[in-house]
Design a protein around this ligand. Structure first.
Ligand code: UT7
Length: 318
């Protein structure tokens, strides 16, 4: 038994914040942001819009694409670092908003690797024969957790959501998944604050040693791609589409170069979306599916890296 993606969807909030807009907010320039990150704009959620709201739109689009009704979904996993509230989980809130009764629903917290972790988890449930149709969503509102006075982080992130519907199949589908974490690096990229005694304790904003994250990301993204292709007796040249986490075009280019994968085979959305954390991979996947780049039978490799550190890859036959 295998699992297979039968529908994709995504949603970006209407408001666009350009680099030029940011020039008026912090001491930065369009030129710096473009050359250091490849980002030109990002989408920002409206006031009051929550991760579950973005997730609803992405999910409805994936359900329509898969031709699956709400009542047919029997597990929901939401990857998010920016949940609507401490609890209940954003997955439970999403379940209610979609009008689904009584299927299990839970959040996955692996920061920017969250969607890869969630997809791997959903695959295991399907392979075990436990569930038939699983909705896997990455949804983030980073605009709520960046310090808009800190130029070293606020220019990097954006809001958005992506979703897939995974179903049982006798053909792969997902060929293998590869997950890793190293908690030694937890202080390098974090939102260290928490809620205690009715108050926020510590820093509630994204805190990052950019250079350390950059070097680590390039190293582990290469390693995990090699691990995935070795397990499936493939070569990097067999990969039709690489869909990396969209944090920085320089990280994406360096990884592709080290792997000998041409940038023509790499899906990039970072220019228009910025870093949408757990939403970045399903957003990029949906775009490449809908514009016809990803075709039946092709090898598609999804990969993510983020706070924790966490990293991972999922290799699929489309
Ligand atoms: O989703 C996973 C997590 N995130 C990532 O993967 C991000 C990984 N890191 C990166 O993408 C890059 O490290 C950054 C884009 C964050 C930074 O690029 P960099 O080439 O590593 O720059 P840097 O941190 O070495 O900073 C260079 C300079 C510094 O000035 P000095 O000290 O050289 O005078 C910064 O103060 O750039 C300055 N700087 C800025 N200048 C203009 C930092 N942010 C900005 C800014 N505008 N927004």
């Amino acid at each position: 038994m295998y699992s297979r993606i039968i529908g994709t969807g995504s949603y970006l909030p209407e408001k666009i914040l350009t680099n030029h807009d940011l020039e008026k907010m912090v001491d930065t320039s369009d030129e710096w942001i473009r050359t250091r990150t490849g980002i030109t704009q990002r989408h920002i959620a409206a006031e009051g819009q929550m991760a579950s709201d973005l997730a609803v739109n992405a999910s409805l689009s994936a359900m329509e694409n898969a031709n699956i009704e709400a009542g047919e979904i029997d597990l929901i996993i939401v990857a998010t670092t920016t949940p609507d509230m401490v609890f209940p989980s954003t997955a439970c809130i999403l379940q209610n908003k979609l009008g689904i009764k009584n299927c299990p629903a839970f959040d996955m917290q692996a920061v920017c690797s969250g969607f890869v972790y969630a997809l791997a988890t959903a695959d295991m449930f399907i392979r075990a024969g436990k569930y038939r149709n699983v909705l896997v969503v990455g949804s983030e509102i980073y605009s709520n957790i960046v310090d808009w006075k800190d130029r070293s982080t606020c220019v990097l992130f954006g809001d958005g959501a992506g979703a897939v519907l995974l179903t049982q199949s006798d053909q792969p589908g997902i060929l293998s998944s590869h997950l890793h974490a190293d908690g030694n690096y937890s202080s390098v990229l974090s939102v260290p604050g928490n809620i205690c005694d009715g108050k926020i304790q510590g820093n509630p904003y994204v805190n990052m040693e950019g250079n350390t994250v950059f070097k680590f990301a390039v190293k582990v993204l290469e390693e995990v791609v090699l691990e995935a292709i070795a397990e499936n007796n493939l070569q990097t040249t067999d990969i039709d589409w690489l869909i990396p986490h969209q944090a920085n075009i320089r990280i994406i280019r360096s990884t592709a170069k080290k792997l000998g994968i041409s940038m023509d085979k790499v899906v990039t959305t970072v220019e228009k979306h910025g870093n949408t954390s757990a939403a970045s991979v399903p957003l990029a996947l949906d775009i490449a599916v809908r514009d016809g780049r990803i075709q039946s039978d092709q090898y598609v490799l999804l990969e993510g890296v983020g706070g924790g550190f966490t990293w991972g890859a999922v290799l699929l036959r489309w």
